[in-house]
Design a protein around this ligand. Structure first.
Ligand code: HEC
Ligand code: HEC
Ligand code: HEC
Ligand code: HEC
Ligand code: HEC
Ligand code: HEC
Ligand code: HEC
Ligand code: HEC
Ligand code: HEC
Ligand code: HEC
Length: 320
């Protein structure tokens, strides 16, 4: 019996498998024809001098040229754009099947584009990229990154800052940060990335930690406790009362006080939860009497001041 038979069978099988993958996923599995060869960056730079000049200032240019760790990095341009021998002849420069392009006009499938970057940047922060909201909405690495020049101080982003990069698509969130009370994102004291991981996460919506509260505790550590008297909604989720981006109510609150509290505490609390005029009666409420002490100033918090919980032995009702 010839020992080579099972091996060659295996090879034929693998080849058939690859062809099947090619058929199933179209160009994504085979982004450039398999006969394409690497030609080296000199050829590319000859025609693409302007692009090369800008590219020269980027992290990739420095690492790939001065300190390449492997054969792929040594290819410089072709490390990302794929082997270029078919694209190089002048008559074929415009053939979009012969090179991996990262612009919308060029039309290389998104999976093939992202696959090139993920060849080197798999894992780490991108551990949960596959299937993440951005991945499944067909967002490309190059929707946020432009490695062809240094547009941002760090991270090879498309825009000068992280927040501007995100806001090109997230107009609604941009508006939320314009509200009267907001997290200091427009002021540049923090960015979207302090709370979100745009590359994917196990916590919706793309949160950087295991829960909303863990995200907030990273900076507001004093709210973590432990506390002798817990206020249940605080422990459950900060966004029960706060909007994480911005609100027109004081302190990013979801609603004005006392309405905020009354969403959960009305009307059957120890003291009436509904009538907040001086006399505290339904009749006075109808004719609109003077505001009671439960709504003026900090409203319910005039008395229940430690709303995030209390460590005082007598703080059961968060009054101290
Ligand atoms: C003979 C000149 C020439 C050479 C050599 C050449 N290119 Fe090009 N390349 C062009 C031209 C011209 C276009 C524009 C085609 C168009 O506008 O449709 C182009 C387009 C591209 C694009 C697509 C840009 C887009 O719209 O997304 C990329 C990427 C690219 N080249 C990279 C390379 C790389 C990498 C190499 C080296 C392997 C290389 N080129 C070698 C002339 C050349
Ligand atoms: C780290 C990956 C990477 C490397 C290395 C790289 N490119 Fe690009 N290239 C991209 C991406 C991503 C884009 C799309 C940028 C955008 O959104 O406009 C691009 C765009 C281009 C374009 C289209 C015009 C433009 O600037 O948008 C050309 C031409 C090009 N690259 C040529 C080159 C050449 C020549 C080299 C080597 C000197 C090179 N690239 C190295 C990723 C790379
Ligand atoms: C051949 C491997 C390789 C490929 C392909 C590659 N990169 Fe990189 N990238 C690197 C290396 C090496 C560094 C240097 C930093 C490091 O050691 O991680 C880097 C750094 C980066 C950085 C950080 C830069 C900084 O200045 O902080 C970003 C962002 C990045 N790459 C995005 C991309 C994107 C987007 C693509 C696809 C268009 C891509 N890379 C393709 C190897 C690669
Ligand atoms: C929705 C926007 C967005 C998308 C899509 C995106 N990134 Fe990023 N990426 C960022 C931001 C923001 C940073 C942080 C930049 C900084 O700290 O200055 C970053 C940082 C990085 C870094 C440097 C830090 C690190 O993790 O080593 C790499 C590498 C990187 N991205 C690769 C990728 C790759 C590969 C893809 C595609 C699979 C991708 N990114 C898709 C927004 C994005
Ligand atoms: C090219 C457009 C684009 C850019 C740039 C972009 N996003 Fe997105 N993002 C989307 C789309 C599309 C969705 C899914 C639809 C939606 O929820 O609006 C999404 C969804 C999200 C979600 C909700 C996730 C979920 O599970 O519901 C978060 C959070 C998010 N993006 C954060 C960011 C951050 C942070 C940045 C900047 C680092 C960013 N995005 C940049 C297009 C973009
Ligand atoms: C202080 C932390 C924080 C910052 C900063 C932040 N987010 Fe969020 N974001 C959150 C939390 C928490 C949620 C989830 C809210 C919920 O569960 O109702 C969220 C939700 C989202 C969503 C899902 C839809 C929605 O509005 O509920 C998107 C999209 C989003 N953020 C984008 C952004 C963008 C873009 C930026 C920067 C401009 C940003 N976020 C900055 C904490 C933050
Ligand atoms: C990266 C750090 C950081 C994270 C994470 C963070 N915050 Fe903040 N937060 C700040 C800073 C800085 C301020 C502004 C404080 C100031 O201006 O005095 C602030 C302000 C606030 C304010 C308003 C305070 C005031 O006096 O107006 C509230 C409410 C708040 N944060 C709630 C949250 C919630 C809820 C979360 C989680 C979704 C969160 N924060 C996550 C840093 C953070
Ligand atoms: C039951 C509603 C409620 C919940 C839940 C809640 N807060 Fe608050 N928070 C408030 C109110 C009301 C204020 C305004 C306090 C004031 O004016 O004295 C406030 C104020 C703040 C402030 C600014 C003043 C201060 O005390 O530092 C921060 C920061 C804050 N909350 C963070 C958080 C964080 C983080 C969480 C989640 C662990 C959270 N809040 C959950 C109601 C709530
Ligand atoms: C999302 C719902 C929710 C909101 C909003 C909320 N609470 Fe609570 N609160 C609760 C729950 C649940 C408890 C625990 C009740 C229990 O243990 O029987 C509680 C307990 C209390 C207690 C202690 C009552 C007791 O029996 O020990 C006080 C006082 C209180 N809340 C005041 C407030 C005030 C003031 C506000 C507005 C700033 C507020 N709450 C907003 C849900 C809420
Ligand atoms: C003038 C001070 C004061 C104001 C203002 C006030 N409370 Fe109270 N609250 C108290 C006192 C005192 C108790 C304890 C009553 C008791 O033990 O019977 C209490 C008890 C409670 C309890 C616990 C009831 C129980 O069954 O044990 C809740 C819930 C509560 N208040 C909610 C609110 C809400 C919501 C507001 C605003 C709409 C508010 N309080 C405004 C003083 C106040």
């Amino acid at each position: 019996m010839n020992i080579k038979t099972p091996l060659s069978l295996l090879r034929t099988g693998a080849l058939a498998g690859m062809m099947l993958i090619g058929l199933l996923f179209g160009r994504s599995a085979l982004a450039v024809p398999p006969e394409a060869k690497y030609v080296g960056e000199k050829a590319c730079v000859n025609c693409h001098q302007v692009e090369n000049k800008h590219f020269g200032h980027t992290t990739h240019a420095k690492v790939f040229r001065q300190n390449p760790k492997n054969d792929t990095e040594k290819q410089v341009c072709e490390a990302c754009h794929g082997p270029g021998s078919l694209h190089v002849p002048e008559k074929d420069n415009k053939n979009r099947d012969y090179l991996i392009g990262f612009t919308k006009e060029w039309g290389t499938p998104i999976e093939a584009q992202n696959g090139q970057c993920l060849n080197c940047h798999n894992g780490g922060q991108r551990l949960h990229w596959p299937g993440s909201t951005h991945d499944s909405n067909k967002i490309a690495c190059s929707d946020c990154h432009n490695p062809m020049a240094r547009f941002s101080a760090s991270g090879l982003l498309k825009k000068p800052s992280i927040t501007e990069t995100c806001q090109t698509c997230h107009q609604q969130q941009r508006a939320e940060f314009q509200k009267r009370s907001h997290m200091p994102v427009p002021e540049g004291k923090m960015t979207c990335e302090d709370c979100h991981n745009p590359h994917g996460s196990v916590t919706r919506p793309l949160l950087k930690a295991d829960s909303v509260n863990e995200v907030c505790y990273a900076c507001h550590a004093e709210k973590r406790g432990p506390l002798l008297w817990e206020h249940a909604p605080v422990r459950e989720n900060c966004v029960n009362c706060h909007h994480p981006h911005g609100s027109n109510h004081d302190k990013l609150l979801q609603a004005a006080r006392p309405h905020l509290c009354q969403q959960c505490h009305s009307p059957s609390v120890g003291h009436p939860g509904t009538f907040y005029n001086a006399s505290g009666t339904a009749a006075a409420a109808l004719v609109g009497g003077t505001a009671g002490q439960r709504v003026i100033g900090r409203s319910c918090q005039n008395c229940h001041s430690q709303i995030h919980g209390s460590n005082h032995p007598a703080g059961a009702r968060f009054q101290r």
